[in-house]
Design a protein around this ligand. Structure first.
Ligand code: ZN
Length: 134
């Protein structure tokens, strides 16, 4: 079974810490041990795992992503959101985390971030836990 929760973003580019929501989704499955896959079903958003202790880390990530993929360039995609599509593919639409005793196995400073590149929007996050039986 797939667990789905929503993320409402409020700006164009935004990293939202979804660690707690993913953890809750994992608990709902009742699965003790396995592998959790977080999947973003969108083409202009992504998911990444990085430091959630110092908020300036994700601010720096956004600043540098905006340099790598500028907002203004002779993009062909008529919708006008090519930078968002490119950033989404650079970061990727899924992440995998081990589950032990119903808990996400993350490093001390790690958090899971929903990465909005074409907000504000109402977004979905899918979570699936795969187990070999427990
Ligand atoms: Zn587009």
């Amino acid at each position: 079974m797939i667990q789905t929760f929503h993320v409402k973003t409020s700006t164009q580019t935004e990293f939202v810490d979804i660690t707690r929501s993913v953890q809750e989704a994992v608990k709902k499955t009742g699965i003790q041990d396995g592998i959790c896959i977080v999947f973003i079903p969108h083409t202009t958003a992504a998911v990444t795992i990085n430091e959630n202790a110092d908020p300036s880390v994700v601010q720096d990530m956004v600043m540098e992503l905006n340099k790598i993929v500028p907002f203004q360039d002779p993009y062909r995609h008529m919708e006008g959101n090519s930078p968002a599509h490119i950033k989404a593919s650079l970061l990727g639409c899924s992440q995998m985390v081990f589950i032990e005793s119903r808990k996400l196995v993350l490093g001390t400073w790690q958090g899971i971030f929903f990465c909005e590149f074409d907000g504000p929007r109402d977004r979905k996050v899918h979570v699936k836990v795969i187990t070999n039986g427990r």
